[in-house]
Design a protein around this ligand. Structure first.
Ligand code: PAF
Length: 295
């Protein structure tokens, strides 16, 4: 695996590969890699000639600076995992390779920067107003900002994202369409621990006691998937809210059943072609999300 820290050297290398008509697959990450990330690399390897991954803890998508500081950084272990997965190229830039001082200042002053749209109008409509967007102001602008920058640098044919971040996937698909980027976005299945917990870089920050409780998240989602055809949506929601009312370690931030395209809450399954149940919970210092596609 070749590791690049600078935009220029990566761009030069990729231009050569593109001249040789190689197809490029890209799996951006924030590091602290687990088998969920490695599955993105494997899927990309099966579909593209060259696989590029990036490790960049993106400051602009954190609305909570403490969360940014606490975000696990495990570069040596990450490199070993990527090597083992046969990843071809790793891009691991410093913050100043990606952001100008103005962009960072905008973030410091809690202002959203839209220069990443390069003059195009990008409007996510209601997609970024619900669920994660409602609970983490500015988060999706930061995600779109960094992903658009990385896409412009890597110029991939296909980019691979995990379905655990279902809303992020919708935002990125919408961004690529609005910025007219010729990149195919591939949604990859959630990878779970044996007890059902969705793999996440944040799981390693759970205490032993918390780790024992968190499989309830996916268990509830799977239960909802089992019973949704025979229960009205408000009753399904009650199953989850009632469960967490009795839980002291896990605080439910939201549980919603939404249309997979619009991400808006639904009240009747008959009005949606595809629906997904989404959940976010907060433990003492860790926030986790998960989802299950109902149909
Ligand atoms: O899903 C992530 O790890 C991040 O949000 C991403 C897409 C790498 C952007 O920083």
């Amino acid at each position: 695996m070749i590791i690049f820290n600078s935009v220029k050297s990566l761009e030069n290398h990729l231009t050569d590969l593109q001249k040789q008509q190689k197809t490029i697959g890209f799996a951006p990450t924030m590091g602290a890699l687990h088998m969920g990330h490695i599955s993105l690399i494997s899927i990309a390897k099966a579909q593209c000639d060259i696989v590029v991954s990036s490790i960049f803890v993106n400051p602009t998508q954190f609305n909570d600076l403490a969360d940014l500081d606490k975000y696990p950084r495990t570069m040596d272990a990450d490199i070993a995992l990527l090597e083992k997965a046969d990843c071809d190229i790793l891009f691991a830039p410093e913050v100043n390779e990606i952001y100008s001082e103005e962009e960072l200042n905008a973030k410091r002053n809690h202002k959203e920067d839209f220069s990443w749209t390069q003059g195009k109008t990008v409007d996510f409509g209601l997609l970024d107003k619900v669920m994660e967007g409602a609970h983490r102001p500015g988060h999706f602008n930061g995600v779109a900002q960094v992903v658009s920058k990385l896409f412009r640098i890597v110029n991939p044919n296909k980019a691979f994202f995990g379905q655990k971040d279902f809303q992020q996937l919708s935002i990125i698909k919408s961004m690529v369409k609005q910025l007219e980027m010729p990149i195919e976005i591939i949604a990859c299945p959630i990878v779970r621990e044996e007890d059902g917990l969705a793999m996440s870089s944040r799981n390693r920050r759970l205490s032993d006691e918390e780790r024992k409780e968190v499989p309830s998240i996916s268990k509830l989602l799977f239960f909802i998937k089992e019973i949704y055809k025979t229960h009205p949506i408000n009753q399904l929601k009650e199953v989850v809210t009632n469960y967490y009312e009795k839980e002291s370690l896990i605080h439910l931030e939201y549980f919603d059943i939404v249309d997979s395209e619009t991400l808006q809450s639904i009240t009747d399954f008959n009005n949606s072609k595809s629906a997904v149940a989404c959940i976010a919970v907060k433990l003492k210092t860790v926030r986790l999300i998960d989802n299950v596609i109902l149909y």
